[in-house]
Design a protein around this ligand. Structure first.
Ligand code: ADP
Ligand code: MG
Length: 340
C-alpha cells in the first residue's frame, strides 16, 4: 500500500480491530483468533449471506467515496437479511487492497461499513486481507437470526396473493445517472442530492422484514437489488407463479418523478428497471390485507400494493394505465450480458 504509512497485513488487521472490532454480549471471541465464537440466541435459525463487490464492476472509485462504497456493501448484505425477515447479527469483511489505497482509505471503507450496521448493533467479527494487483475487491458476509419456519423465502407466493413493495422505486438508478453532471439539467438541487443519496446510501428494510415475520403477513419476499422486473421474475420462477403488475401503482418518489420529467425517461421503465434500490418486494394473501393495513405503521416505511400473483400460465404481465395487459419484460441489470 502506498501514499501514507505502509502497513503490513498484521498491523492493518490490528488497526481495524481497534477501531471497529466492538463486539456484543453474544460474541465470545471476535477478531484475532483462527475463528470467531458466537452464542446463538436459543431456538433461532441462523441466516448467512455474502456479497462480493469488484471495483469497476459494482462501483467506481472515481464517483464514489470509500466511505460510501463500504456503506453500500453493508446495505447489500443487510438487505438480504431484511428480505428473509431476520435480525442481522455479525459481519465478516474480506478485502483485497490495491497499491493505490492507503490506511486512511481502508479506514474510510470500514467507517462506511460500520455506519450502515450501527443502527442494528451488528458486530465486526473477522475477515481476511490480501494485496490486489487490480483494483479493490470487497467481500462482506453477514449473519442474522430468524424464528424457525418463519423466514421469508422466494418460493412461497401463491396465485391470488397481493404483491407489495416498500419505499419507492428507481431512485438509485436516477441517482447513478446524476453522478454525471451533464444529466442534471432542469433538476432542483435538493432532488439531485436526494437521488444521489438514495444511490450511495440506500436504506435496508430490516424493520419491514421483521414486521412481516412477526405478524405472519407475507408468503414470500425478495430484495430489489437488480431491479423490479428481474427480481420479480426470480420470485415468480421460484414460486412457480405468474403475476400482473399495475403500472399506475408503481411508487416513485417526488424527486424520481422530477428526474423522469427532466430527462424524458418513462417513469414506469425507471421503476421496473432501476437496480440497487434495496427495497423489499413481498406477497401477502388477500385475507391478510386488512391486517397489513392495520399494522402498517410498524413497517417503518411506505408499503404499496402493485399487483397480484396469477397462476403460472398467465406469465409475467404489466397492466398499463390504459388497461392493456402486456408481457412484462425483464429490463433489469444482468451480469454476463450486455444490457447493464
Ligand atoms: P488466518 O491466517 O486465519 O486467515 P488472519 O491473520 O488473516 O488469520 O486473521 C487474523 C484475525 O483477523 C482473524 O480473526 C480474522 O478474522 C481477522 N481479520 C483478518 N483480516 C480482516 C479484515 N480485513 N477485517 C476484519 N477482520 C479481519
Ligand atoms: Mg487470513
Amino acid at each position: 500500500m502506498a501514499a501514507g504509512p505502509r502497513l503490513r497485513e498484521f498491523q492493518l488487521i490490528e488497526h481495524v480491530r481497534r477501531l471497529f472490532g466492538h463486539t456484543g454480549p453474544s460474541v465470545i471471541l471476535g477478531i484475532g483468533d483462527d475463528a470467531a465464537i458466537i452464542t446463538p440466541p436459543p431456538g433461532r435459525h441462523l441466516l448467512l449471506t455474502t456479497d462480493l463487490l469488484v471495483e469497476d464492476v459494482h462501483f467506481s472509485h472515481s464517483t464514489t467515496t470509500y466511505e460510501d462504497i463500504g456503506y453500500k456493501a453493508a446495505v447489500a448484505n443487510l438487505s438480504d437479511i431484511a428480505a428473509m425477515g431476520g435480525a442481522p447479527h455479525a459481519l465478516a469483511v474480506s478485502i483485497a487492497v490495491p497499491r493505490s489505497m492507503n490506511v486512511a482509505d481502508v479506514t474510510r471503507l470500514y467507517r462506511g461499513l460500520m455506519a450502515a450496521c450501527r443502527p442494528y448493533g451488528v458486530s465486526l467479527i473477522g475477515g481476511d486481507t490480501s494485496a490486489s494487483r487490480q483494483g479493490l475487491f470487497l467481500s462482506v458476509t453477514l449473519t442474522g437470526y430468524v424464528a424457525p419456519g418463519r423466514a421469508l423465502r422466494r418460493d412461497g407466493a401463491r396465485a391470488g396473493d397481493l404483491v407489495y413493495v416498500t419505499g419507492t422505486l428507481g431512485d438509485s438508478l436516477a441517482g447513478l445517472r446524476l453522478l454525471d453532471t451533464r444529466m442534471r439539467k432542469g433538476l432542483a438541487r435538493r432532488d439531485i442530492q436526494y437521488l444521489i443519496a438514495r444511490h450511495h446510501r440506500p436504506t435496508p428494510r430490516i424493520q419491514a422484514g421483521q414486521f412481516l415475520v412477526a405478524r405472519k403477513l407475507a408468503t414470500a419476499a425478495i430484495d430489489l437489488s437488480d431491479g423490479l422486473s428481474g427480481d420479480l421474475a426470480q420470485l415468480c420462477e421460484q414460486s412457480a407463479v405468474g403475476v400482473e403488475i399495475d403500472a399506475a401503482a408503481l411508487p416513485l418518489s417526488r424527486a424520481g418523478r422530477a428526474y423522469a420529467v427532466a430527462t424524458k425517461t418513462d417513469p414506469i421503465q425507471l421503476a421496473l428497471r432501476g437496480g440497487e434500490d434495496y427495497e423489499l418486494l413481498f406477497t401477502v394473501p388477500a385475507s391478510k390485507r386488512a391486517a397489513l393495513d392495520r399494522f402498517r405503521r410498524h413497517a417503518g416505511c411506505r408499503l404499496t400494493p402493485i399487483g397480484v400473483i396469477r397462476p403460472k400460465r398467465f406469465g409475467l404481465t404489466l397492466r398499463t394505465s390504459r388497461g392493456d395487459v402486456l408481457p412484462l419484460r425483464n429490463t433489469s441489470y444482468q451480469h454476463f450480458s450486455s444490457n447493464g
